[in-house]
Design a protein around this ligand. Structure first.
Ligand code: CA
Length: 225
């Protein structure tokens, strides 16, 4: 998706019938834009596709901007988000940033400033994305997500991503729990934490995504059932 496009992808969630299309047109030269006009559509698009940046209006029908950002963050979506708020509402800005937005702009806003803020938020876009193949699945460590050829995009937490990436980096190798604890977790963490993460990954992706090698540890699987 976005990783193969020349321009970054931008999800714009704005219900204002004038402002939405205006911003989309304004930024359409530099970004591949999808405009959706309510929070629920924003959540669906945010969870099912990979985006380089999002602009989310504070006041939205269906699910407001702050709720939307919280929902995306709780699902492990780490994409930079700029929240649009009404002029002068400090509490809106605080709420937006606390919910997980990276930046905000107040309406009405200056187009050049919006562009500059988006450039700052997407600066890492030029860095190569890291993707690792796991059977039919492709793990994208930059966006912390995994997807199969046919299935939906599955969002992962930072630790889930690190664990999968570590296992997938050496597919032939069986890792002991102690090795995984040492490289990925705190020395004070118990080896059982690895089992917990493996359990989460199997539930989210497939039972076969990680193979248990009895008496030894874990190895990357092929992600088939
Ligand atoms: Ca609005």
């Amino acid at each position: 998706m976005s990783s193969t496009e020349d321009v970054p992808s931008l999800l714009l969630v704005e219900d204002d019938a004038v402002l939405g299309p205006l911003v989309a047109e304004l930024l359409g030269i530099d970004y591949r834009i999808r405009l959706v006009a309510n929070g629920r559509d924003g959540l669906h698009a945010g969870l099912t596709e990979v985006w380089d940046v999002m602009i989310i209006d504070r006041g939205l029908p269906g699910m407001d901007g702050v709720e939307l950002i919280k929902a995306l963050r709780s699902k492990g979506i780490t994409v930079p988000i700029l929240i649009l708020t009404a002029l002068g509402s400090t509490q809106d800005k605080v709420d937006g940033l606390d919910a997980g937005a990276n930046d905000y702009m107040t309406k009405p806003f200056d187009a050049a400033e919006l562009n500059a803020r988006l450039r700052a938020l997407t600066r890492s876009f030029t860095l190569p994305r890291t993707s690792l193949g796991i059977g039919d699945w492709e793990l994208d460590t930059a966006s912390r997500s995994i997807r199969s050829v046919y299935g939906p995009l599955v969002s992962l937490t930072a630790k889930e991503t690190e664990l999968l990436a570590a296992l997938a980096s050496e597919p032939e190798r069986v890792f002991t729990r102690d090795e995984l604890i040492t490289s990925l977790f705190q020395p004070t963490d118990q080896p059982g934490v690895i089992d917990t993460y493996v359990h989460h990954l199997r539930r989210k992706i497939s039972k076969a995504v990680v193979r248990t090698v009895h008496g030894v540890g874990y190895q990357i699987g092929d992600a088939h059932e």
